[in-house]
Ligand binder design. Sequence first.
Ligand SMILES: [Zn+2]
Length: 307
Amino acid sequence: MNNKQFQTFLRQISSLNYSQLKQLRHSSDTQISSNIVGQAISDREETISACPHCDSKKLNRWGMTKQGIQRFRCKSCNKTFNALSGTPLYRMRKPEKWLKYTQLMWQGVPLRKAASELDINLRTSFRWRHVFLKKPSKAGCNKLTGIIEADETFIPESFKGRKVIARKARKRGGGDTDKVPVFMALDRSGDITHKVLERDTKEELELALKPLLASSSVLCTDGNLSYKSIVKDLDIDHKRLIALDNQRVIYGIYHIQTLNNYMMRWKTWLNRFHGVGTAYLENYLSWFRFMEQHAAQVEQDWIKAAL
Ligand SMILES: [Zn+2]
């Protein structure tokens, strides 16, 4: 459509009634979604160079799937596959709704509401959430470098979503028995790591943090003595910010406010779900990290990340 036609078309929109506007919105959502999903799939097609079954490089194009995805056939083992084979999206139906679904995830819309909004059933809604969460939750961070901030935060323990309640004592000092410790660390280049701990002990903190510390880094923490002992034999400059409100800053750059702000945003977002089962906390941490790191184009990246 040329620009003149398009301007005429736009002017006509104002004469549509409510029900027509809703149909128009549905139709353009579907178009945009299939474009973005289609683009992500076709980008992936470009990278296919070998058969996923036998690794042979002799491939033929072999028609299209019902969803319009290029199918390939291997000349060596005669098996067929497509760009989604081996990804969590393989055999997932209704690609025109994936994009909208990822938008609802971003907004923290509950499963049931997402299901009714997209006219899919609750089981599908649940399955899709986990398909889109799968890769981001595996994508850990390899190394923290430069100025690193580390701290723990606590979330009320919850057995939501569990059929069998196998209560493990999460006893800590001070009689604080119903909170789950969550360790987080980040560096100023945007790498973030997190771990749900059984207990807030030096041993568990060490397991979560030590392998990630690049040498010659600067580690900023609060006064927790565990950190002091973790970096004892390492080539790490440790800045301990000892103040009741953690607001202390050394030389204007050594502080843990970036991390504390991040933790606060995570908790605020978590509140939308009205209590998250402790068993799923890791997923919600990964999900949030993914959104923060991909904020500019989060929907496209959800689709790409699942591939
Ligand atoms: Zn093959």
